[in-house]
Write a protein that binds this ligand. Structure first.
Ligand code: ISJ
Ligand code: MG
Length: 471
């Protein structure tokens, strides 16, 4: 499916929106209706500003990769691809995307991250438990083709617009939409103050947690399971509506080495700053990451180095980490010609915590799409456990809430099936003045419930910090 070498460099800046439309309408001889993806360079605005200024225009999306060289903001949904009932959710999205691309008039060349890009994600489990209304706005998977998208890629900025045209379409009207959009984007921004935190309600008491952890540890010692990742959630209430753009801004500022993502669904927004890549595909290059094993940051430099050294040499954390390495190796093996995975992890430092990290680099065989790789990899034992089926069953039966999109894959893909997915941790669901935050930890035979509780406490900090709740 993937064309070799991917989409390459481009002259969109030389082709006006008008000309792109005229080229597309030429195809209307064979088809009654076609899809267009119009791209225009635009220089004066960042993805975050676009996000702020389009608040009233529809549901928004936001994505920043850890280096920040790719940032995407989008508004409105031209298409919403959701898995069809009874079909494999990744396969179903793939088929719908291929069908769309068949009808879409694509430029011969384009810049990565512009043109037809799907952005979205999948729930942790292959279904959403609708007995609880927390996730009622979210499906088991949804990939959105935004009406408007602003892409910052390697220092250049582009505006993409998606539309359907037929022989009755007034091409000038479509080209004028760019002028209208640029007017909206030139308006000044109103800064909104972060709200004050009023209460934090851990639905899960420590006693509940301890009982659950002991049950998991016993199950592991009885050898019915090797590792299981268990999570808790907390509801945080604020004194007024949470302004998403300001939260994103703080995440970008504070959570270095992390992806920042948002997906709005009417009044709900799923938002997070995660360090964990699930998979990136660029041409035939694959990148993945094993991230598991956690400690805090030290207060002094010496203290910090000591904690890092202890983490690198801690048997329990190394075991927790190794399950992820082994599983990722096995999962990608059938799809790659060769891969490179170092034997020992290194430290991945974040603002409030540090992890054990093993990078994965591989050369893909030609026939795998990123959606297939996501399907194979998700959930890794960093979020599910080992063996996968037993761990998922344990989570489904014992964790006292539905994870929804927490710990699921979130990201984007393009017309070549190049793209990137992260794991949606360090995340929360925001509705008006309320945020439901999630944090989990890997349980193995030597886990201690108290220490794991503390680990999840520090994993709430990135979100609390972004919401202004940890002064
Ligand atoms: C499950 C989470 O994090 C995962 C669990 C980790 C661990 O237990 O050491 C480390 C990184 C993540 O893979 C979370 O942050 O909610
Ligand atoms: Mg851990």
């Amino acid at each position: 499916m993937r064309t070799s070498g991917g989409i390459c460099m481009i002259q969109t800046e030389k082709i006006s929106v008008h000309d792109q439309l005229h080229q597309a309408t030429a195809n209307l001889i064979n088809q009654t209706q076609i899809e267009v993806s119009l791209v225009e360079p635009i220089n004066e605005i960042s993805a975050l500003e676009f996000f702020k200024k389009t608040q009233l225009l529809g549901d928004r999306i936001f994505w920043k990769n850890p280096t920040g060289d790719m940032q995407i903001a989008g508004v409105g949904a031209h298409k919403r691809l959701k898995p069809k009932n009874g079909e494999d959710r990744f396969q179903s999205i793939r088929e719908q995307w291929e069908a769309y691309l068949e009808t879409c008039s694509l430029p011969d060349e384009s810049v990565t991250g512009t043109g037809p890009i799907l952005f979205g994600g999948f729930s942790f489990m292959d279904h959403i438990d609708q007995t609880d209304d927390t996730w009622e706005a979210f499906a088991s998977g949804e990939m959105i083709l935004a009406k408007w998208m602003l892409t910052e890629q390697d220092g250049q900025t582009y505006l993409t617009h998606h539309a359907t045209i037929d022989e009755t379409t007034n091409v000038n009207e479509i080209a004028n939409r760019f002028t209208e959009m640029k007017k909206v984007l030139s308006k000044p921004i109103m800064e909104e103050a972060l709200p004050k935190m009023q209460s934090m309600n851990d639905q899960f008491t420590y006693e509940h947690w301890e009982t659950l952890l002991n049950e998991a540890i016993d199950t592991i010692r009885e050898q019915a399971l090797e590792k299981v990742v268990l999570a808790r959630k907390t509801d945080v209430l604020f004194d007024h509506k949470i302004p998403l753009a300001e939260v994103i801004e703080r995440m970008i500022d504070k959570q270095t080495n992390s992806y920042v993502f948002v997906i709005e669904q009417e009044n709900d927004a799923f938002i997070g700053a995660t360090p964990e890549r699930l998979v990136q595909v660029k041409g035939n290059e694959l990148l993945s990451a094993c991230l598991a094993g956690t400690t805090a940051r030290g207060k002094t430099e010496d203290d910090d180095e000591m904690l890092a050294w202890q983490l690198l040499n801690d048997k329990k954390n190394r075991e927790e980490h190794d399950y992820v390495v082994q599983m990722i190796k096995q999962s990608v093996a059938p799809y790659v010609e060769s891969f490179d995975i170092p034997d020992t992890p290194v430290i991945y430092p974040l603002k409030s915590l540090q992890h054990l990290f093993t990078p994965v680099t591989a050369t893909l065989k030609n026939d795998a799409t990123i959606l297939e790789l996501v399907k194979q990899l998700h959930p890794t034992p960093a979020l599910g456990g080992e063996p996968r089926d037993k761990a998922l069953q344990f989570i489904d039966e014992k964790e006292p809430f539905d994870r929804g999109w927490y710990a699921g894959p979130i990201g984007w893909l393009d017309a070549n099936f190049d793209g990137e997915f992260a794991v949606a941790i360090r995340s929360g669901l925001i509705t008006e003045n309320q945020a439901t935050l999630f944090a989990g930890c890997g349980v193995v035979k030597d886990s201690d419930p108290q220490a794991e509780y503390e680990e999840t406490r520090i994993k709430f900090i990135p979100m609390l910090d972004a919401l202004g709740g940890t002064q």
